[in-house]
Design a protein around this ligand. Sequence first.
Ligand code: C2O
Ligand code: CU
Ligand code: CU
Length: 465
Amino acid sequence: MSFSRRQALTMIGGAIAAPSAFGVTRALAQNQNATPLLVQPARAEIMPGFITKGLVSTRPDGPPPVLRMRQGHAFTAHVKNGTEDYTAMHWHGLRIPNDMDGVPYLTQFPIAGGETFDYLYTPPDAGTYWYHPHCMTMEQMARGLTGVLIVEEPENPGFDADIALNFKDFRLGRDGQFIDLWTARGAARTGTFGTVMTANWTVDLVEDAPAGGLVRLRVAATDTARMYRLFLPNATGHVIALDGHPLATPMALPTREEDALPLAAGQRVDVALRMPDGEGEIVEVMSDAPGGPRRMARLRATGSSLHRNLAELEPLPANAISEPDMANARLEEFVFGWSPQGDAPNNGFCGTLGYTFWSINRKPWPGDAATGTGPLATFKRGETAVLRLRNESPNAHPIHLHGLTFRVIASNQRAVSSNWTDTALLQKGETVDVAFVADNPGDWAFHCHVIEHQKTGLAGYIRVL
Ligand code: C2O
Ligand code: CU
Ligand code: CU
């Protein structure tokens, strides 16, 4: 789907034309089983002792809820915009129809203040995903509008508890109020980091879990810039899924800082762990941080021991994703780097930061499909695509593709685990090849998930016919 420039301008001017593209979802607005999500201003105590104003959530006083849906079952979110800015909601990692993907001007018009949009889809893959706006992305995400999205397997693999941790920074001053959400200096480099690191909007969160029980811990890195580095110093367990998808062979749990698992902006990890037997005993969830390791959360054992054993867990069933046909793959190369344009404004899909610092193939994307920019690459439906992603900048870039799930098949710097993912981390100087079958038609946003990079040129889209 694409929109003419005139339609787009009408939209930005505030008057919503009635494009036929909206017809389908509007008709579903009466669905009684819809999950209401009211995007609204919020306030909460993020720094102990201070109430932070100017947050954005889908609740007035806390983080957006964990959304739970079932694999293969239809889900409807009734998103209402209760703010004065535009918004649009994206379901990161879900392979759903293009018109439900939530990308302004590429798949829908932005949702104006007071307006609603119904997202209806059936998640095909189980696992840990997340949701966030794709319009005014920097402002709304930095102010808190990011939530964990869980697609449950048809059967519980045997856990006693399921705990989601949403890792996110906030840029707050000493008085607990927002300072500049980002800086041009940060945007032109590695991104602007927050001053307060939180899990579920809480510093050093405490969560109860049954003593001696088996816990599925899901961690989502939803910050606009920060790459967390996860380790659990006194935990027993293993890593069972990355970026939503089960690992064929579970990975050792990182327990030492040196072995910490990088979780770049947009990435997720599922950990299976066994709680200690003694009531009150703690499992620490840590991340590396500039000033030294930070405790993000504590899991506290409660009750008398369930005496479970990790070996009792069923392996997670694999999601049914088409295997790339490497013998007939078509290669497209991309290079990510700086842009010479600096001060030129860039629309970054929807809502500008006013700068252009980054580029794909040496061209910054002007920022929306309405300006007539074509796709970065086009694949025929069913074709196997290999994207060679080359980072020629000194900064790390978590590169994300919407609507399609790919395997990382090679890197010039490391052995790759070839798990399915939607967000590939490119370190300084790294070239990574990813492969997928182009089996989901539409225009799919393709961008760095450091939001300041995305919004200043490091973005575009890929078309599947
Ligand atoms: Cu999670 Cu286009 O992003
Ligand atoms: Cu996405
Ligand atoms: Cu980047």
